[in-house]
Design a protein around this ligand. Structure first.
Ligand SMILES: [Zn+2]
Length: 481
């Protein structure tokens, strides 16, 4: 089966056909860097990370561009988010930008989110934004007001609203634009004039000012991906006005589609409300990582489809962590068995099972990146692995290597929830894992010989040092407390 994706702009599931065979050019709207990232950001960027990882697994060469918004993203009050923060902390705006850009990448690195290939900053691309604004004026799609603002004329682009389904008549009323210089209430700023005391301003053909938020994505996507590219991603909450305005600017100018596929992620909610800075109901990534493994956070995010909302609760995260530990129980058991397994092909009749699960995983991901189903396939596979390795049947290196490859390619490479051997718990993890499994084996032998005092002693002494054993129908797993 070939890859199909939900294209928000056509509102259909469609076969994915990139412009250049074998290559994917992809742009995702990045963060505005004025505070620490929270789990809402984690949801968006983990989900696009898995999409990129899967495209690469499927053999595509991907160029992934994700911008850093460090100028022009205004609050409803008209204040610049970054300038407001800089004022509150008595910092230079660029100190705020540096602080929170680092914080963003540190959080994403900790979550195992692969860095984009290009992370362009809006403030580093002002000439490109001015040039695009200038061309829009020349082509009759934008106009300059008496005060030196430049607005996009929404009536000049007949398809305005095609992504979000909004129509111009729904937009603000005429009275909202009194004194703004706007010709139509839906017109949006490409450039804003700056008062002399405004920090972060640049010279332009229209005097000193700064770019609007939307134009940065159009200008930077064009620079690094071309006038038309394959995938534009972002959070669904930004489809209007932000993404709609990007489309209007780019398509009005180039008279060609901006992005062929629009993939938008549902938001992360907490008690049914969107998690956001402005609502004050957020949990930062850093705080969440004090309580939970990064892989468990990813598993929680991936337990719902990228287009869906996911509701955060401690219970949901605990359950994701427990599920991830069960998965790792299978991974560790296979890695342990591999150390002492005989060479050769004993247990070869398990190979078709491995291939069947790989196929199921790929089919799930080909169906609009259905990570929850792919994750479910990995869990079922783990049950089969546990049953096989606890059955007493001889299993040779060929089969164990194939099991390890599946975990490494799909659980590690695509979903990013299976650490490489040796990475699972820091230094000497392999050795620790092998020792615990040795004790589990000794305990099993003691129980088989009805030496219960000895088997209890092993269990209790392990518990004292923080290693809890859990006997399950398909074998014993351990958890480090
Ligand atoms: Zn954007």
């Amino acid at each position: 089966m070939a890859l199909v994706v939900t294209n928000r702009i056509t509102r259909r599931k469609e076969p994915f056909t990139p412009l250049v065979p074998g290559q994917v050019r992809m742009y995702v709207c990045g963060p505005t860097v004025y505070d620490n990232p929270h789990l809402g950001h984690a949801k968006t960027y983990v989900q696009f990370d898995v999409i990129v990882r899967y495209l690469r697994y499927a053999g595509y060469r991907v160029r992934y561009v994700q911008n850093i918004t460090d100028v022009g993203h205004l609050l409803d009050s008209g204040e610049d988010r970054i300038l407001k923060k800089a004022g509150a902390l008595s910092l230079e705006p660029m100190e705020v930008v540096e602080t929170y850009t680092r914080s963003y990448f540190e959080a994403m690195d900790a979550l195992g989110v692969a860095r984009p290939d290009i992370s362009p900053r809006a403030s580093g691309h002002v000439p490109e934004q001015i040039a695009m604004t200038q061309e829009l004026i020349e082509r009759g799609h934008a106009y300059v007001t008496d005060s030196g603002d430049v607005y996009f004329d929404v009536t000049s682009f007949s398809e305005y609203g095609k992504l979000s389904g909004r129509v111009l008549d729904d937009l603000q009323s005429e009275r909202d634009i009194a004194g703004s210089g706007k010709r139509h209430p839906g017109d949006f700023a490409l450039w804003r004039h700056a008062e002399p005391e405004h920090l972060m301003q640049w010279n332009s053909p229209w005097g000193y000012g700064f770019p609007g938020w939307h134009i940065e994505c159009s200008a930077m996507a064009k620079k690094y991906l071309g006038e038309t590219f394959d995938i534009h991603g972002g959070g669904l909450e930004n489809q209007f006005p932000h993404n709609e305005c990007e489309i209007a600017q780019s398509e009005a100018l180039h008279e060609a589609p901006f992005a062929n596929y629009w993939l938008l992620t549902g938001s992360l909610t907490i008690n049914g409300e969107k998690m956001s800075k402005s609502l004050g109901n957020f949990v930062t990534v850093r705080d969440a990582l004090r309580e939970y493994r990064p892989e468990a956070l990813r598993a929680f995010i991936l337990s719902s489809h990228y287009t869906s909302q996911v509701d955060y609760s401690e219970a949901a995260l605990k359950s994701a962590q427990a599920g991830w530990e069960r998965l790792m129980g299978g991974v560790q058991l296979a890695r342990y068995a591999l150390r002492s397994a005989p060479d050769g092909s004993a247990g070869l009749d398990f190979l078709p099972t491995i291939e069947a699960y790989r196929t199921r995983f790929v089919e799930a991901m080909d169906d609009d990146f259905n990570a929850p189903q792919a994750l479910a396939a990995l869990h079922e596979f783990t049950r089969e692995v546990n049953t096989l390795l606890n059955s007493g049947q001889a299993v040779g290196k060929d089969v164990l290597n194939a099991i390890e490859s599946l975990y490494a390619d799909l659980g590690g490479g695509v979903l990013g929830i299976v650490p490489e051997a040796g990475e699972s718990a820091g230094v000497d993890a392999d050795l620790q894992d092998a020792l615990i499994h040795l004790l589990i084996e000794l305990r099993k032998e003691a129980r088989a010989a009805k030496e219960y005092a000895r088997s209890d002693m092993i269990r209790n002494r392990l518990a004292e040092i923080g290693v809890a054993l859990e006997d399950r129908p398909d074998g014993t797993i351990y958890k480090i407390q």
